[in-house]
Design a protein around this ligand. Structure first.
Ligand SMILES: NC(=O)c1ccc[n+]([C@@H]2O[C@H](COP(=O)([O-])OP(=O)(O)OC[C@H]3O[C@@H](n4cnc5c(N)ncnc54)[C@H](OP(=O)(O)O)[C@@H]3O)[C@@H](O)[C@H]2O)c1
Length: 257
């Protein structure tokens, strides 16, 4: 599958920026959303240099009405055929320390990572369904499969996002719309660089974007990378809960605190 109008939230940095550059070519319109206009401008320039037509939307994914107006406007201009819900927060600022996360942090993580995805996808769903075509990608996380003791709300926000994406995939496939749920492990971005511990099996954002792009093009329903985390997730499903708890608690005690 190739795409003519690609929307990416959180496109000003990290995986979103790498995806924008991966899709940038002549004949493609990119609509890039985020809150930081300076960073979005830089990425937009790089994408224009690669031949893409680029529009920027300064939107916070938690502001449903603003996001809806922007999405409907850009879809009126040229029908969107790929919608990537990538914006998210995580990293050092959302880790537990000697206590559980403060309520305000936990609520913000769920608001951006889960409600933000709902806000990104729901406005255009009726239009995609009416057209009987289109693709959606949701950038979730391997953390959505394992409740990490350092990141309870991040894990929960991604678990909800993954399940939401899986349900949409099953709902929308018979209507001609492909949904790819992407669960990355560690990717070299500002978010993950802020983590105060070793990041095993780290991928570059460019490599992640290339692999995500191929999975979306093939209409794959699920992408979990790297394979080492895919294997660990499958293993955790069959091991006794007590053993998985011990492994995750030990990992935390050894590497973090
Ligand atoms: N890096 C990893 O290791 C890793 C692993 C698994 C999953 N992920 C997921 O991958 C996605 C991208 O993260 P990243 O690693 O590329 O981090 P990043 O470089 O920090 O990028 C996150 C992007 O999200 C945008 N964003 C944050 N809050 C927003 C909001 N309220 N409204 C609109 N945009 C918002 C930010 O742009 P503005 O500041 O301009 O708003 C930023 O461009 C996230 O969903 C993250 O959870 C990352």
């Amino acid at each position: 599958m190739s795409f003519r109008h690609v929307v990416i939230t959180g496109a000003g940095s990290g995986i979103g920026a790498a995806l924008a550059q991966a899709y940038a070519q002549s004949g493609v319109r990119l609509s890039l959303c985020g809150r930081n206009s300076a960073r979005l401008d830089m990425i937009a320039e790089a994408c224009r240099a690669a031949g893409a037509e680029v529009a920027i939307g300064i939107c916070d994914v938690t502001e449903a009405d603003v996001l809806q107006r922007w999405l409907e406007t850009i879809d009126d201009e040229r029908p969107v055929d790929l919608l990537i819900a990538n914006a998210g927060i995580g990293g050092a600022g959302t880790l537990t320390k000697d206590q559980a996360e403060p309520g305000a942090v936990a609520r913000q993580v769920i608001e951006v990572n889960t409600i933000g995805v709902v806000n990104t996808l729901t406005p255009l769903l009726p239009r995609l369904i009416a057209r009987g075509a289109g693709s959606i990608a949701i950038i979730s996380s391997v953390a959505g499969f394992l409740g990490l003791p350092d990141s309870p709300s991040y894990s929960a926000s991604k678990a909800a996002t993954t399940t939401y994406g899986e349900a949409l995939r099953r709902l929308l496939k018979p209507r001609g719309i492909h949904v790819t749920v992407v669960s990355p492990g560690y990717v070299e971005t500002a978010m993950s660089a802020s983590l105060p511990f070793h990041r095993p099996f780290l991928w570059s954002a460019e490599k992640a974007a290339r692999v995500i792009q191929v999975a979306i093009a093939k209409g794959r329903g699920e992408l979990i990378f790297p394979w080492q985390f895919r294997f660990a997730i499958r293993l955790a499903r069959i091991l006794p809960t007590r053993m998985v708890d011990l492994i995750l608690m030990r990992f935390r005690a050894k590497d973090v605190w």
